[in-house]
Design a protein around this ligand. Structure first.
Ligand SMILES: Cc1cc2nc3c(=O)[nH]c(=O)nc-3n(C[C@H](O)[C@H](O)[C@H](O)COP(=O)(O)O)c2cc1C
Ligand SMILES: Nc1ncnc2c1ncn2[C@@H]1O[C@H](COP(=O)(O)OP(=O)(O)OP(=O)(O)O)[C@@H](O)[C@H]1O
Length: 145
């Protein structure tokens, strides 16, 4: 029987840009099925709260061609969706504050056998490419505020 490799990517995904596309393409290429966990507002505590509702962020991510499934994250315990899906690989974004070793240790404690890898970042490919939600918001405020 063929073993399907499941890859998990995660993030806020508020106001999509080519950096998100780069990350999700890279994650999708690491396995056969890509599931994306979309962060709840309550867990986005290291920066300003997202503009768009969690359901809207999920639905837009789900529409991307490389994404097989996008789900809302758990409100209290970020490891619950991982335990439910038992992925083969979790891909952390290039700039995410999460610590690879700490996540691996918690997965091992919970009996989940899963590799944790770090994705690469996308550098601007053309003049004025906005590769961050924060930069898009700053531009909107500058031009329309
Ligand atoms: C392995 C893993 C699983 C996660 N699962 C969830 C989750 O179930 N619910 C949630 O709200 N956030 C979850 N997060 C956290 C967010 O997706 C994300 O790391 C953070 O809140 C926002 O990060 P960003 O600034 O890179 O978008 C998870 C993070 C990791 C590393
Ligand atoms: N330029 C980029 N290159 C590669 N990956 C990126 C890039 N920008 C964001 N990502 C990844 O996309 C995922 C979701 O990122 P997030 O929603 O925090 O976007 P962001 O643009 O970094 O947001 P903000 O500007 O508010 O910090 C994370 O894993 C993040 O590392």
């Amino acid at each position: 029987m063929t073993r399907h490799t499941t890859v998990i990517a995660q993030g806020t995904f508020d106001l999509l840009h080519p950096g998100h596309v780069h990350y999700l393409r890279e994650a999708a290429a690491m396995g056969e099925e890509l599931c994306v966990i979309v962060a709840r507002k309550s867990n986005v505590d290291h920066k300003d709260a997202p503009i768009c509702a969690a359901e809207q962020r999920r639905d837009v991510v789900a529409a991307l061609e490389m994404v097989d499934e996008a789900i809302l994250g758990h409100e209290e315990d970020i490891f619950v969706p991982i335990e439910n899906r038992e992925p083969d690989v979790i891909v952390l974004g290039h700039d995410q504050h999460h610590d690879t070793a700490a996540i691996e240790a918690e997965l091992a404690r919970r009996g989940v056998d899963c590799e944790v890898v770090r994705a690469s970042g996308r550098e601007p490919k053309y003049d004025d490419e906005l590769l961050s939600t924060r930069l898009i918001i700053d531009r909107v405020l500058e031009r329309r505020g």
